[in-house]
Design a protein around this ligand. Sequence first.
Ligand code: ADP
Length: 504
Amino acid sequence: DPRKMSLASAAARVAAEFEYPAEDVNRAVKAFIAQMDDGLKQKGATISQIPTYVTAVPNGTEHGLYMAVDLGGTNFRVCSIQLHGNSTFSLTQSKVAIPKELMTARTSRELFSFMAKQIEAFIKAHHTEHYQSHRERRRSILGAATHEEVFSLGFTFSFPVQQYGINKGTLIRWTKGFDIKDTIGKDVCELLQREIDILRLPVRVAALVNDTVGTLMARSYTSPGETGTLLGAIFGTGTNGAYVERLDKITKLNDAPEAEKRDIDDSTGDMIVNTEWGSFDNHLSVLPNTQYDKSLDDESNNPGVQMFEKRVSGMFLGEILRRAIISLINDEKAALFKDDNSDQNDVHSTTTIADDSLLYQRHGLDTAFLSLTASDSSQGLKATRQALDKTYGVSATSAEDAEAVRVIAGAIGKRAARLSAVAIAAVVISTDSLNKTKDGGPVDIGVDGSLVEFYPLFEDYMREALREIPEIGEEGEKRIRIGIAKDGSGVGAALIALVADRVL
Ligand code: ADP
């Protein structure tokens, strides 16, 4: 059937546009390392390399009771974490939807007092003893509560902040539908602490937490053995990484005001750096740039930024695939979804695409579909065809149609995994971790996010690329230990509060 031949070859041609050979991987690793270095030296670099003021990662022996709160896009989470000191922990949590009107409240106080009240309710519900003993202490002559009675709290605040201390950071701008004018430029830890103090709660906001740093800490506490974790990386809606850097390499810290410099704990000689690597190579000196990448960026809300993220993360892979599918639909010769076929019972059917198909809508195709089709081992790709029908309004597709879509989706997923390897390799190489770890032991990496968790073969493709990088090679790749690190904003935030207490 000549139509099927040309569809298969058209799909192969599109898939080939996403090939990302070893040579390009290696070129990108060099650029990534250079851009990381640049970010350590100066503000406003392509890779931001934000100092976090967290100067150690846990080794699993930490213990104690801590609190964490997480202000995300839609929910406010409060939890307490009991660290058992043997790499395990127990977590108690509550979650409430953030009332819409608070997201655009007139004053910061409305939002922050809401958070403090949730913390109060949580303590009353789960930690009454703590609460009462603190009250009694307050009434006693000694007055001030002792350090142990006060919960140290890690505050995960997933909005852009300018951090200038472990529990100090000012809001740069709101995102995700929040808009409260008077919060801009204010220290969000101080705003929360003020409301906590008004309610007289035994809580100290000890740390301002970025979710990627939380991932690193959570992994380091739970990872097997006592090897500290080098890198925490997220491959979810977005992508980002935080890693352990030598303090003396973060030379831009020398430009900070004296008062801030005095606050830096230099006892370990390290500091965790939040890379914000989603913006790697925004100028496109080495990143691949297919016609689909180009049009996605041109039509995005933020053209020219987050260029690495736009090729790697869950928010964009589905959209790249959607654009590639549309180009095949429009390619007369490829004739995707133009079947006119009869099944074995001689029932005649014609492939149709609904007018309101999600395939025609920007961001209409979810990255979860890439995982679905990549793991579809059913006869005639039934699962893929079913999803095309049920979710995307393309009825009566042929197995050949599904195969064409699958080949392209696979190429996009594989390229994303190989690009992810670039970031991981750059961190491993620039920190000289393979040479520094004693006795050729493991270099530990914690990852989180739906893409790395659910995309089949994501790690295998990543590892394949790592082996193609001479500074890592087969030997090095074997020593890179990658594990899923869940709950960075819970246990990870608690661990940052713990580390913050130590340097108090
Ligand atoms: P977040 O990064 O927001 O904390 P996730 O790690 O769950 O949350 O990532 C959500 C992103 O992952 C979305 O962009 C979504 O399209 C994508 N996603 C969801 N499920 C899957 C899946 N099974 N395979 C690949 N990507 C997925």
